[in-house]
Design a protein around this ligand. Structure first.
Ligand SMILES: [Zn+2]
Length: 276
């Protein structure tokens, strides 16, 4: 990966004794109804396996899931999350989204639950929601909390926060306007440099950087980059890969610590207010 600015940024991480953390989400997998779907998913899972890189599939919960379940049996590096409820756009206007603006919270909750019921038995399934088009409906986060989701993932935020922890993606491998195609090596490496700099300057060294792929629409250039990038990243001591289960476990530990801290504060406030 020949890029001077990225090289310089990685030197800064090394000088600070830090390792940046990457995670990988791939969107739009299905129940593997067609031979082409099966072949393309095989190629993706093989790439994750040969490069020993944890992969999170965001799967659209529509149709029969038994083919996908069989393929993922024993695929220990692969996690599965729920990609929407049916991946249908129900919005007017340019910005796509599954839920109309006036959709009630109850409707959102019911649609989420119906989708999850199709996926929960697939090996590696985690109750994590990935909204199609990274669309954040105003009632979505509360609905996810009510539905007991462990987390969710859209695009752009630096760190997990809120009532339902959010783990976002930041580097989209594809360009979409005018037909899907590879974004380009130079653009992606520049975007990675920007994300690294953003974390270093904010002191958020641990905030993961999410890579987003869409294996069903990759052109040759996208597949080549993905393989090259995964292999190259393994040779960089300043870069590491984390899995979605690890990221979720961290957010749970952080929440438990925060709860303990506020409980301790409450007890000492009460002791001050009512001395023995
Ligand atoms: Zn999608």
């Amino acid at each position: 990966m020949n890029n001077l600015l990225l090289w310089l940024e990685l030197r800064r991480w090394r000088a600070a004794g830090r390792t940046a953390r990457l995670w990988w989400r791939d969107d739009d997998a299905s129940g593997l109804a067609t031979t082409l779907d099966r072949l393309l998913l095989d190629r993706l899972v093989q790439l994750a396996t040969t490069t020993r890189t944890p992969l999170t599939l965001a799967v659209v919960p529509v149709g029969e899931m038994s083919g996908l379940a069989a393929r993922l049996q024993g695929a220990e590096l692969v996690s599965v999350s729920q990609h929407g409820v049916d991946h249908q756009n129900r919005r007017e206007g340019a910005a796509a989204g599954e839920f109309p603006h006036d959709c009630s919270q109850r409707d959102v909750e019911e649609a989420l639950a119906a989708g999850w019921s199709r996926l929960e038995k697939v090996p590696g399934a985690l109750k994590v929601f990935v909204p199609p088009w990274n669309d954040v409906h105003p009632r979505l986060e509360r609905a996810l909390g009510a539905g007991g989701y462990a987390g969710w993932s859209a695009g752009g935020l630096l760190s997990a926060s809120g009532t339902c922890p959010r783990l976002d993606i930041h580097l989209d491998m594809m360009r979409w306007r005018g037909g899907s195609r590879f974004r380009g090596r130079g653009r992606l490496l520049a975007a990675l440099t920007t994300e690294l700099r953003r974390r270093r300057r904010a002191g958020l060294w641990e905030a993961p950087i999410g890579l987003l792929s869409h294996h069903l629409v990759h052109d040759t250039a996208a597949w080549t980059f993905l393989g090259d990038f995964l292999r190259w990243s393994k040779s960089q001591p300043e870069l590491s890969w984390v899995s979605l289960p690890e990221l979720l476990a961290e957010t749970q530990t952080r929440r438990a610590k925060a709860l303990r801290r506020s409980a301790t504060r409450l007890v000492s406030d009460m002791a001050l207010a009512h001395p023995a």
